[in-house]
Ligand binder design. Structure first.
Ligand code: NAP
Ligand code: HSE
Length: 430
């Protein structure tokens, strides 16, 4: 067997700890598959005194992660600290500039600097690998870049944030409140250091921008992703969705429309029969629509120490074997800059929940506003009768444009009888 591959790991938290545990537990199996042993020879984290349950007695320690990249004993750098800039970016740039392959799980870094890092890797004839950055343990990067490489893609979408899927699933199953369930997800190690990244949709948007770049051969364009999170989703919406035969999921979707790239992350309603509707808890799923293969869905655990370590070590095995492809499937210089498709142009159905005063004529006023925008109602639900109080009214529409819906909502929300901002959600027909 060849000489061991000497690895430096920066970040020993949930994922870093998982990587070291996997490499220790599967030392023989990984060596066989990599054709050589994978040895962690150096590490970096903030707090050297922290008990991590890891034996680091024979491993060099660097307080400064950039020093780990410069350590002559380190051949490959694994970045598991997180953050789109700061030490993570400095470490990755230093390693690539030194011609050392980099493996990272850091989707924020790639979403912001993916094209530049791919160019840097190319300039220095080295590898930039990031399987763990999207959908945790699901080998979606390999799937798009290798297994489905012969296809033109029309659309890629998925459940890309385990924390949100866990929260939405648990809220539906238990009726518990959003904040309470979020605390569980944090304890389980699913959430980002700042959980606002999860619940406000930013983490899913980072991953979507990466998938879109791979699928459509374009530069990562995170700043062009339309992002909405799940904070406004109430137990009431979850219950109404069930009554309508629908389920609420935070979905990231990228598609080409007349040569323009539409990228959006938002809670949407999907039919219960759609395969993606049954993806629950911390599980993620990615669906790719290829012109020759048709529709392919991959499902698995999208977060947590084990699944993420599985993806990081898969990248290390590729590097040990000398397998390398351009980070975004085509050479960095050939990545396109696609125009952004505005969300107002989306055509589809919508769910509206309005909180209204229960008196005659209110529905007629709302219906007139929809009629004026040429929006046709598909169904309407109103429960209870209480002239003294307010009641929820739920409307689903036939296909319309988002622009028309937004204009109608502007007029609806200022009607005297409408007492709260309307909740509007897209319905997808996956
Ligand atoms: P984490 O548990 O917060 O661990 C972060 C680690 O980085 C800690 O060991 C920390 O040191 C170290 N660190 C932070 N700043 C540092 C600095 N300036 N210098 C040296 N070390 C520093 O984070 P995580 O959940 O493992 O996530 C790591 C990366 O993986 C992130 O990019 C995240 O987005 C990504 N990711 C996470 C998951 C998941 O399920 N958690 C899944 C996929 C991808 P101390 O321990 O000393 O504080
Ligand atoms: N916080 C992320 C999630 C971790 O919940 O999916 C995996 O990227």
């Amino acid at each position: 067997m060849s000489q061991a591959l000497r690895i430096g790991v920066a970040g020993l938290g949930t994922v870093g700890g998982g990587v070291l545990a996997l490499l220790s537990k599967h030392r023989d199996l990984v060596s066989q598959r990599a054709g050589r042993a994978l040895d962690v020879v150096a590490v970096s984290a903030r707090d050297r005194a922290k008990d991590r349950g890891l034996d680091l007695t024979r491993t060099a320690w660097h307080d400064d992660p950039v020093a780990l990249a410069r350590d002559p004993a380190v051949e490959v750098v694994v970045e598991l600290m997180g953050g789109s800039d700061g030490p993570a970016k400095a470490l990755v740039e230093a390693a690539l500039a030194a011609g050392k392959p980099v493996v990272t799980a850091n989707k924020a870094l790639i979403a912001h600097h993916g094209a530049a890092l791919a160019r840097l890797a190319e300039q220095h004839a080295t590898t930039f690998a990031y399987e763990a950055a999207v959908a945790g343990g699901i080998p979606i990067i390999k799937m798009l870049r290798e297994g489905l490489a012969a296809n033109g893609f029309s659309r890629v979408y998925g459940i890309l944030n385990g924390t949100c899927n866990y929260i939405l699933t648990t809220m539906r199953e238990t009726g518990r409140e959003f904040a309470d369930v979020l605390a569980d997800a944090q304890k389980l190690g699913y959430a980002e250091a700042d959980p606002a990244f999860d619940v406000d949709g930013v983490d899913a948007a980072h991953k979507l921008a990466i998938l879109a770049a791979l699928a459509f051969g374009s530069e990562v364009a995170f700043d062009k992703v339309m992002v909405e999170g799940i904070r406004q989703i109430s137990a009431l919406d979850i219950a109404y969705a069930a009554e309508l035969g629908l389920r609420i999921k935070l979905i990231g979707l990228a598609q080409l429309v007349d040569g323009a790239l539409e990228q959006r992350v938002s809670p949407v309603l999907v039919p219960l029969q759609a395969p993606i509707a049954t993806v629950e808890g911390v599980f993620n799923a990615v669906v790719a629509e290829g012109d020759f293969v048709g529709t392919v869905m991959a499902e698995g655990r999208g977060a947590g120490a084990g699944p993420t370590a599985s993806a990081v070590v898969a990248d290390l095995i590729d590097i040990a074997r000398g397998r390398a492809l351009p980070p975004f499937a085509v050479p960095a210089g050939q990545l396109r800059r696609l125009p952004a498709q505005p969300v107002e142009a989306r055509r589809g159905a919508y769910y509206l929940r309005l909180t209204v005063v229960d008196r005659p004529g209110v529905i007629a006023d709302i219906a007139a506003t929809l009629r004026d925008e040429d929006i046709s109602m598909e169904s309407m639900l109103q429960r209870g009768r209480d002239p003294e109080a307010v009641v929820p009214v739920v409307i689903t529409t036939h296909d319309t444009t988002e622009g028309a819906l937004r204009r109608a909502l502007k007029r609806i929300e200022v009607l005297q009888a409408v007492v709260e901002p309307p909740c509007a959600l897209r319905i997808e027909s996956f």
